[in-house]
Design a binder for this molecule. Structure first.
Ligand SMILES: C[S@@+](CC[C@H](N)C(=O)[O-])C[C@H]1O[C@@H](n2cnc3c(N)ncnc32)[C@H](O)[C@@H]1O
Length: 207
């Protein structure tokens, strides 16, 4: 019989933060993302979105590097409040307490950063995740980050695992694959179990 998963809504995620059931939280920017951010160059201010950002150490790091068009979206107020407390000069209007899937593409982004958001979603939403990322990016924009390439077993709760072969199908309709391989600089518990991805939004109206 097919298992029907519950909704992982704002109340669910807020309760996990409040209860301290936040084993995904690394307390600092992770090495694969830090290394990518360190090589971002240019004088422009790219519009950067971090969906399901949680306590958003990546946003804090980008802010420290001088990036000023960084937006985080999360359902859980606790997560956004943690960033606001740590980084008081992070623009309040860039803290989006909202559903990623309801974001408008009126002002598309140049870069979307993924880390443990995809694995937190009901797997049925994976095609919609790829499509929404494509819709939110400018043509030529980048979706980068890490995706678990491992089997977490038949759990009823996030994280949900998967494989490189599975994921490729979701992104292929919209993206060119610049990098889609096992990360070489993961945190120790994640070593060999996550892909580093860097995908370029293909021009075209197909999202
Ligand atoms: C496993 S946590 C990861 C948090 C963060 N990326 C990290 O690595 O610490 C997943 C996050 O996604 C958020 N989330 C889940 N579904 C969401 C949705 N539809 N829209 C926005 N945020 C969502 C949760 O509130 C939670 O903060």
């Amino acid at each position: 019989m097919e298992t029907v998963l519950p909704a992982f809504d704002a109340a669910y995620w807020q309760a996990r933060y409040v209860a301290g059931r936040d084993g995904w939280d690394t307390r600092e920017v992770t090495p694969p993302l830090r290394a990518y951010f360190d090589q971002l160059t240019g004088h422009q201010q790219p519009r950067i979105l971090i969906p399901g950002a949680g306590r958003a150490y990546e946003a804090e790091y980008l802010h420290q590097l001088g990036f000023r068009e960084v937006f985080v979206v999360d359902l859980a107020p606790e997560a956004l409040a943690a960033l606001a407390t740590r980084v008081p000069d992070f623009p309040a209007e860039h803290l989006l307490e909202a559903d990623f899937f309801a974001l408008s593409n009126a002002q598309p982004y140049d870069l979307i950063v993924e880390q443990t958001f995809f694995c937190a979603l009901n797997p049925a939403l994976r095609p919609a995740y790829a499509q929404q990322c494509a819709q939110l990016l400018v043509p030529g924009g980048t979706l980068m980050g890490v995706l678990f390439d491992t089997d977490f077993g038949p759990g009823q709760e996030p994280p949900f695992g998967g494989s490189k072969e599975e994921y490729r199908n979701y992104f292929a309709p919209y993206f060119d694959f610049r990098h889609f391989d096992t990360a070489t600089n993961s945190l120790r518990p994640r070593q060999g179990r996550e892909l580093f991805i860097c995908l370029k939004r293909r021009p075209g109206p197909d999202a």
